[in-house]
Design a protein around this ligand. Structure first.
Ligand SMILES: O=C(CO)[C@@H](O)[C@H](O)COP(=O)(O)O
Ligand SMILES: [Co+2]
Length: 231
């Protein structure tokens, strides 16, 4: 099995207009995003509350591409089936959600979804070494989870490099999430990331009435990565 390691941009709808999610998803797709990233927060695992499976189900008809659901909830197991039924393509959990990471990842796959595992800035990659044959995606957090619009933590760059080395030939995506901009994107793609989550950097300055800004913001990220690769 192989994995498509080409650059993919996954706008986080945490930075979209909460009163207009369907139209926002259609707009970012029309403007060329690759995946749509959905941040689920429970006010317990992280200090913020967003939305649950019902919202994912509501936006599913508006998302033609991959619906990438980032579960910042603990426990996660009791809700995995609901998110799968809501139409998630990728379900990413944090090891701290417990109690048994490998069991949760197998459950995600058995529900027909790709299984992702996320590393908080303070979580060492050794926490996921034992599940590398059971994951389809490793998400390296480059901010402490909970909010959009935070500054990129540069320690993520070396962590991406180490994760890239650790996964070897396995068909696993490396996603980076938090503080991605045209300035930080080339740092993590050079280290081995292929999926870039970007919330504020994609949605800033635009709206469903002015969606061209979303396209321009995504192009700025892609161009910056391309330019760095060519240098
Ligand atoms: O998971 C999270 C935050 O916990 C992210 O997906 C953010 O929503 C990314 O937002 P920006 O840092 O790109 O604004
Ligand atoms: Co996220």
């Amino acid at each position: 099995m192989t994995v498509d390691r080409s650059l993919k941009i996954a706008p986080s709808i945490l930075s979209a207009d909460f009163a207009n999610f369907g139209a926002e998803c259609r707009a970012i797709e029309a403007e060329g995003c690759d995946w749509v990233h959905v941040d689920v927060m429970d006010g317990h695992f992280v200090p913020n509350i967003t939305f649950g499976p019902a919202m994912c189900k509501a936006i599913r008809p508006h998302v033609k591409t991959v619906m990438d659901v980032h579960l910042m909830i603990a426990p996660a197991d009791p809700f995995l089936e609901d998110f799968a039924k809501a139409g998630a393509d990728v379900l990413t959990i944090h090891p701290e959600a417990g109690p048994h990471l490998d069991r949760s990842l197998r459950l995600i796959r058995s529900l027909g979804c790709k299984a992702g595992v996320a590393l908080n800035p303070a979580t060492h990659e050794s926490a996921i070494e034992h599940v590398l044959d059971t994951v389809d995606l490793v998400l390296v957090m480059s901010v402490n989870p909970g909010f959009g619009g935070q500054s990129f933590l540069h320690s993520a760059v070396e962590k991406v490099r180490r994760v890239r080395q650790m996964i070897g030939d396995r068909p696993i995506h490396i996603e980076v999430d938090g503080g991605i901009t045209p300035e930080t994107a080339p740092l993590v793609t050079a280290a081995g990331a292929d999926v870039l989550v970007a919330g504020s950097a994609v949605f800033k300055g635009g709206s469903v009435d002015n969606p061209g800004v979303y396209g321009a913001n995504m192009r700025a990220i892609r161009d910056s990565v391309r330019k760095a690769e060519a240098a």
